[in-house]
Ligand binder design. Structure first.
Ligand SMILES: [Zn+2]
Length: 564
């Protein structure tokens, strides 16, 4: 036998022996978790006792005795004491965690409290300053369930301009502010916007969507590293390990993306970010080409921590401007004429979608009403003819209202649904605008799931508070904060399925299901120990759940006080 052959055989023998040794006693893990109730979100929705982590990955899952095989002299062993563990929780539509430098209305519960808060801010403000609120509040949280009028705000802050910012689509101005920006009954309504009037034809002070451009607010402080770190800190107590940012984060998505990358380079990230470039204002192929240059990035750029996954577009308004195929209830329907707001007209929108598709970008589009959904489906179908969009996780964001044939088209085009719990907060307002029949079926998650669509869950924070357990409670119960159960037929009874919406389905939505989203060997070790057993907890308990401990990439990034 030649030496080389003998060496080769020897090498094979050695490697075989090494394999055998490995099978008997696997490489010790860094940390082994035992004695838990671990929901894996794998294909079988298995629940196991424990798992082992090495570096930033899961390396094994199984029974306690199986896990003991992964314990070496330096392995840390953590007794979960029967606690429930979920794969890291996620938010599929998150702008920021709310708050900000403006007047805080998030805690007021009546019109009186709101006006007092504004009056106090006005009394403290210097002359000539514009009083601006933060955006994380909604009239549905008020006992009266309506907005203040321009006159009421004027009485609270006489001769001082007030602009209440509400969610992402609406401003409410007092009389002084209307005067300051010269908004009168004769002001032409900007296309893609609305200037609201009451039954008597007087301005109410509400401006929405493109009409907001009539007002110039003081520029907010530029987005900075503290914002990024504050978001991470706010979300960890809810077990959140990853978020998807649809095009807007504290005023400057492109700069925020740079900061996220800087935070990653400096080892400061404790949350995984998937971002979408802002394409809301693009109205032509030419504009889209220019925008791509200013973004300075490309589809798929990034890492497991920060990744660019597409472009965010918008076709209609929000609660008060969702584009329906039927007119709004009176008086909002303006005599059967008002069906919502078209923010991006179909021809322009389609041109932009096709152009971005031709450059390899994936689209995610805000569409609230069913007429808006028609617009999205038509544009996506046109793009699909140019270059297939299937398997690329294009999505509709929100999809409040849809018709059965639209659901079939979504399926045909392989478009995913990014769903949130707006109804939980805004139900009575939607009922007022759209009527019970339409409002009660808002965001028909069960219909979408039954049709075989990929659906993930989130909150649209700060439009809706970012608490994922409110979202899961709402989807399980269809209960709302102030108006009882809406659309019982859309309840999701299966607890594993609910958790899948914010774990593995999220990973699929961002195309990362091979690397995360479930507790399986080889995947990133993102998970949370929760305060209660999600699979068996009473419905009402879900709403109040929290994380006891949150882990990202095999590292504990949050621990609740008092939890050992
Ligand atoms: Zn949004």
């Amino acid at each position: 036998m030649r030496l080389r052959t003998r060496l080769a055989i020897l090498a094979i023998l050695v490697s075989t022996l090494a394999c055998a040794a490995q099978a008997q006693s696997p490489t010790p893990a860094d940390i082994v978790f035992v004695n838990g109730k671990v929901f894996t979100a794998d294909d079988g929705d298995r629940v196991v006792q424990g798992f082992a982590v090495a570096g930033d990955r899961f390396v094994a899952i199984g029974t306690d005795s199986e896990m003991r095989g992964h314990i070496g002299p330096r392995t840390k062993v953590i007794d979960l004491k029967s606690r429930f563990v979920s794969p890291g929780i996620t938010d599929d539509h998150f702008h920021n965690e709310g708050g900000g430098p403006g007047v805080d209305l998030s805690h007021v519960r009546s019109l009186g409290e709101l006006l007092t808060t504004v009056a106090n801010a006005a009394a403290a403000a210097l002359a000539d300053t514009v009083i601006v609120s933060n955006s994380d509040w909604h009239e549905a949280q008020l006992k009266e369930q309506r907005l203040p009028t321009a006159e009421e705000l004027e009485q609270a802050a006489p001769n001082k301009p007030v602009v209440l910012v509400r969610g992402g689509h609406e401003y409410i101005l007092n009389t002084s502010a209307l005067k300051k920006w010269n908004v009168t009954k004769d002001t032409p309504v900007p296309s893609g916007g609305q200037i609201s009037r009451n039954a008597a034809g007087e301005l109410t002070g509400e401006l929405f969507d493109e009409a907001k451009a009539l007002v110039t607010l003081p520029r907010p402080k530029p987005v900075n590293m503290d914002d990024i770190l504050a978001t991470q800190k706010a979300l960890a107590p809810y077990g959140i390990t990853a978020i998807r940012i649809p095009g807007a984060y504290r005023g400057d998505m492109v700069q925020a993306y740079r900061l996220m990358k800087q935070a990653e380079a400096e080892g400061k990230l404790t949350l995984r970010w998937t971002v979408y470039m802002p394409g809301f204002s693009l109205r032509s192929a030419e504009a889209a080409r220019k925008a791509i240059e200013t973004w300075g990035t490309h589809q798929g750029e990034g890492s497991d921590w920060v990744k660019v996954d597409g472009v965010k577009l918008i076709v209609d308004g929000g609660f008060e401007g969702g584009h329906l195929s039927k007119p709004y209830l009176e008086p909002y329907g303006q005599g059967g004429k008002f069906t919502g707001v078209t923010v991006s007209p179909p021809a322009a929108y389609t041109e932009v979608v096709r152009e971005l598709n031709s450059k390899g970008w994936h689209m995610i589009t805000h569409a609230v009403g069913d007429a808006a959904l028609d617009e999205v489906l038509d544009a996506y179908a046109a793009a699909d003819k140019d270059a297939s969009i299937k398997g690329k996780r294009w999505s509709v964001e929100h999809a409040f209202v849809s018709r059965p044939e639209q659901v079939a088209r979504l399926k045909d085009l392989d478009v995913a649904i990014s769903a949130q719990d707006h109804l939980y907060l805004a139900a009575p307002v939607l009922k007022k605008y759209w009527g019970w029949e339409t409002a009660s079926e808002v965001t028909p998650v069960k219909t979408y799931l039954d049709a075989g669509l990929l659906v993930a869950g989130g909150t649209d924070s700060p439009v809706i508070p970012f608490n994922p357990f409110w979202n899961l409670y709402h989807m399980a119960s269809r209960d709302t904060i102030s108006d009882g159960v809406y659309g019982e037929d859309q309840k999701i009874a299966s607890r594993p399925l609910l958790l899948r919406l914010v774990t593995i389905n999220y990973a699929k939505l961002i195309g990362e299901e091979k690397t995360r989203g479930s507790i399986e060997p080889g995947k990133l070790a993102d998970f949370a120990v929760l305060s209660d057993d999600f699979l068996t907890a009473k419905l009402e308990t879900i709403r109040d759940m929290k994380a006891l401990s949150t882990w990202v990439g095999g590292r504990e990034v949050y621990r609740a006080q008092g939890y050992e």
